[in-house]
Design a protein around this ligand. Structure first.
Ligand SMILES: [Zn+2]
Length: 425
């Protein structure tokens, strides 16, 4: 069965099987209203002006796009959606001037999410993950990374990863799992250096080997930060993961400069994430590497901080930059990639073209999926979005509303007229 999408206003997409860096992030391929998309067996069979469509293409079915703009499905390459419990009252206290430290001291913060996640059953967690993926799909995301990291013990970290795997079988967005056992030290081992060292060896000797053996994750992540995991501890975790076949990613330079970006490059990590405090040395290292600078502007926005990652400096130096939501209950409670794109352009000085490339092709590259998704190109998986807009600029220009009207993943329509389908046409 092949499907023809016609009467488009525009197709706007980056192109390539690898990453776009530096000035090439601004180069979108644009087609006008004469262009069509043909999908067959879950992949793009033809993209371009209708008159150039090969005669042998047989169309079985068609969709009138009614002037919509086609863009690739978003790739959200940094999320923490496998959690239980929400933290809106803590958020409300923060709005009224309480600091994160005060909230944490009274049992709030990440510790409250760890308690709720440990108490939740695997089925509950799976339903929670699914609920987030539905909102993601409604906002145009077709692939999302999902981290563990609220269990902080072997049993619960594995439970989170199994919940992600279970959700992936029914999720409208494809999920890519990451083990983030090194997110924080668990409440029971924060007391002493010896207890902390004990958790570190549990990660290396027990959690990561079990995750690798049960094939529960593709990636391994660590939060390197003042008072959390030191540079050396982060390195130990990620090297151990690497030896087991888990590709490293790294929460780097989020709250202070810990030389995290350079460490990510040294380890050959797929991404260095956050980077609000990245140093000149870190920017240079990223620019010369294939480690993606994954920026999460919704986190700065939600924490009411004026400190955003230096996107302009990173792109101008030649780094590969991607954008993600950081969806999590404490510092970024959103599934919306359009929101991340709007903040990237309005607060970080990225162009709309760079933001679109960062939110699609470059995110896919950081998940090792850019030969399969991230752009509208013949041969790739048919993961794309129809925006209720005459061109891609509306993605930022017409902000704060959801322009996503139709979403296709692997050629299956998962959102129709702004509503979820059961995944079939
Ligand atoms: Zn994170």
């Amino acid at each position: 069965m092949s499907l023809l999408i016609h009467n488009l206003g525009q197709i706007a997409t980056p192109v390539g099987r690898g990453a776009a860096r530096g000035a090439s992030m601004r180069k979108l391929t644009l087609y006008g209203s004469d262009a069509v998309i043909v999908v067959e067996r879950g992949r793009f069979l033809f993209v371009g002006p209708r008159e150039e469509m090969p005669r042998e293409v047989v169309v079985d079915d068609d969709i009138d796009a009614r002037g919509a703009t086609a863009i690739p499905g978003f790739v959200d390459s940094h999320t923490h959606i496998a959690f239980a419990g929400t933290r809106e009252s803590e958020f409300n206290r923060r709005l009224q001037g309480e600091t994160y430290e005060e909230i944490a001291a009274s049992g709030g913060g990440i510790a409250s999410t760890v308690h709720a996640t440990r108490r939740a059953s695997e089925e509950e967690l799976c339903e929670n993950v699914l609920a987030h993926t539905r909102l993601m799909a409604l906002h145009g995301t077709t692939t999302a990374e999902a981290k563990s990291g609220y269990g902080l013990d072997k049993e619960c970290e594995l439970k989170q990863l199994r919940a992600i795997r279970g959700a992936n079988e029914r999720s409208p967005a494809r999920l890519v799992p990451t083990c983030l056992a090194a997110h924080e030290f668990p409440p029971e081992s924060r007391g002493s250096d010896a207890a902390r060292a004990g958790y570190l060896s549990t990660i290396v000797a027990e959690i990561l080997p079990a995750v690798a053996e049960q094939r529960l994750a593709t990636f391994c992540d660590a939060f390197v930060e003042r008072d959390v995991f030191s540079r050396e501890q982060g390195e130990e975790v990620l090297r151990a993961g690497s030896e087991l076949g888990l590709i490293p990613r790294l929460h780097a330079d989020e709250l202070s400069d810990t030389d995290g970006a350079a460490l990510a490059v040294e380890l050959g990590a797929a991404s260095a994430d956050h980077l609000m405090y990245v140093s000149e040395r870190g920017i240079e290292a990223l620019a010369k590497s294939n480690t993606v600078a994954n920026l999460l502007p919704a986190t700065s926005f939600f924490l009411m901080s004026d400190r955003y990652a230096p996107a302009r400096a990173l792109i101008d130096a030649g780094a590969v930059v991607s954008l993600s939501t950081d969806c999590n209950p404490g510092s970024s409670m959103t599934e919306s990639m359009p929101m991340a794109i709007q903040l990237a352009t309005l607060r970080m000085g990225m162009t709309v073209e760079e933001s679109l490339t960062a939110a699609t092709l470059n995110g896919a590259y950081s998940l090792r999926l850019s030969s399969e998704t991230g752009s509208i190109e013949t041969g790739k998986r048919a993961d794309f979005v129809l925006l209720d807009a005459p061109n891609y600029l509306h993605l930022v220009y017409h902000f704060g509303v959801n322009l996503v009207r139709e979403v296709f993943r692997d050629g299956n329509q998962v959102v129709r007229d702004g509503r979820l389908t059961d995944g079939r046409r």
